[in-house]
Design a protein around this ligand. Sequence first.
Ligand SMILES: [Zn+2]
Length: 305
Amino acid sequence: MADVLLGELSQRACPVCGSRDDTAVFAPARLDAASLDRYAFASRKRPEHMRLRLVSCPDCDLVYASHVPAPEALARAYEAAAFDSGPEARSAARTYIRAMGALLRELPDRHGTLDIGTGDGAFLGELLDAGFTGVGGIEPSTQPITAAEPRLAGLIEHDVFRPDVRQQGSLSLVTCFQTIEHVPDPAELVRDATRLLKPGGLLALVCHDRRSPVNRLLGLRSPIIDIEHQQLFSPKSVTRLLEGAGLEEVGVQAIRNRYPLRYWARLVPLPRRAGEWVERRLLPGRVGDRMLSLPVGNLLAWGRR
Ligand SMILES: [Zn+2]
């Protein structure tokens, strides 16, 4: 089953700095064919604690999978991935646009945006509400697009990100939230995205911080240690990623995420049955809908062209 979904794995160098020293094993591979179902590549799902072999780069601080599926196999896995996260996607989009407030005020203008890995386009809705025009997103999975609000569905292209998706120098803002861990070549994506920006345009990423207190505490039980993550960043490695693409005024900031209690409960490392019991019995209906902000180890990282 693992073979069917992931195909043959091939070895790679550090996808941020190119170092070939993969001797510092962060976690050995852990694959379970029975759990490699279609939800393994859905966002905001219950974690199953599977992972590729992860190594820690001695040069740039990235943790990355040293042996990865072919990009086509990944694209197929995401194409078929189930989507189960509408309300959470809206909470996240609101969190991100608030965190970016000061950065958005310094854009060259509010015309021309692209959200890479936009899911159901929740962030596109926030941009429209904030007065942006020329808003668009790209998403490799079918299901979130089907679940998009009618006003957003037409703004989403169903594809993986490609450098010719927009004209070079045509965008004020490119965003990529909770996606950079998933792509086969994050340095290439950031370089290509940077070329799409106007002078002074902003590239903003949200990614997990593997060095945050919560992720250090949970260790290999953290939900970020997951089969779908090809690499995991820290402030140092994400800064290197953005500066490597020629971006300037690079900055990194921890953000607090605001989600319903039900979603937080899903991330606690409990056995599957116990987790489902908590969700059903302790957090029924409106209790589970209550919103809670927590610093869960996410980083907002940005740079200007
Ligand atoms: Zn590296």
